[in-house]
Unconditional design. Structure first.
Length: 215
């Protein structure tokens, strides 16, 4: 669940978070259309549990309220209610091919979703939803890295992985936008890598932003 520099290529969407600003987020793996999040759909998404549910469906594929309940430690009733809200706002849909009369399966709607922070800055109510969404998004990014650090990976995967930062850049807004676009292009080239039985799902996270100095 969610970019997040207008780069109209596949973003989560795996063109992952690349769209109108460095914190833009997207939904889906193979975009079939582009959706721009409005105030109503932002409020429908900006909830910690709904964002966690959406992320679980994005990363691990279709699931039922029962399997999500066991994974997330919430009651099936609570999970089902939030699933219906996500579906109402167009973030997920029923997986009819998997579903039965007794059990409903849910999957992410495969499309690029663009969130532009500037659309909500003049609306105090929606600005609160935006802040909640962005803070939860940053928390999800942190938890992914923390999970990797806490897990027992072999030396080769540890060596192949990277946790780095660069703090000595001085860029204009245009230069920063260009940097993010170039990084996105590099990642997209690797999305079409030849299948390999040793390949595992990999997460690449990009956070690039200006920093206010103390001077």
């Amino acid at each position: 669940m969610p970019e997040t520099l207008e780069n109209p290529t596949d973003k989560t969407v795996y063109q992952e978070p690349f769209a109108e600003n460095p914190l833009q987020a997207t939904v889906g793996r193979m975009a079939k259309d582009i959706r721009r999040i409005d105030a109503r759909s932002l409020r429908g998404l900006a909830h910690p549990l709904r964002m966690t549910i959406l992320e679980a469906l994005q990363l691990d594929g279709p699931a039922t309220s029962t399997t999500l309940s066991a994974r997330l430690g919430e009651s099936t009733g609570t999970i089902s209610w939030h699933l219906r809200l996500l579906a109402e706002h167009g973030y997920i849909e029923e997986d009819i091919e998997r579903g039965t009369k007794r059990e409903r399966w849910w999957q992410v709607v495969h499309r690029q979703t663009i969130l532009n922070q500037a659309d909500f800055l003049d609306d105090p109510e929606t600005k609160g939803s935006l802040q909640l969404y962005l803070r939860q998004l940053v928390q999800q990014y942190f938890e992914r890295v923390q999970n990797f650090v806490d897990e027992d990976w072999d030396g080769e995967w540890q060596h192949a992985s990277e946790i780095s930062d660069w703090r000595d850049l001085r860029l204009t807004k245009t230069q920063l936008r260009a940097l993010n676009a170039e990084l996105g292009e590099v990642i997209n080239r690797h999305k079409n890598a030849e299948p390999d039985e040793e390949a595992l799902p990999v997460v690449v996270q990009i956070q690039s932003f200006p920093r206010r100095t103390t001077q």
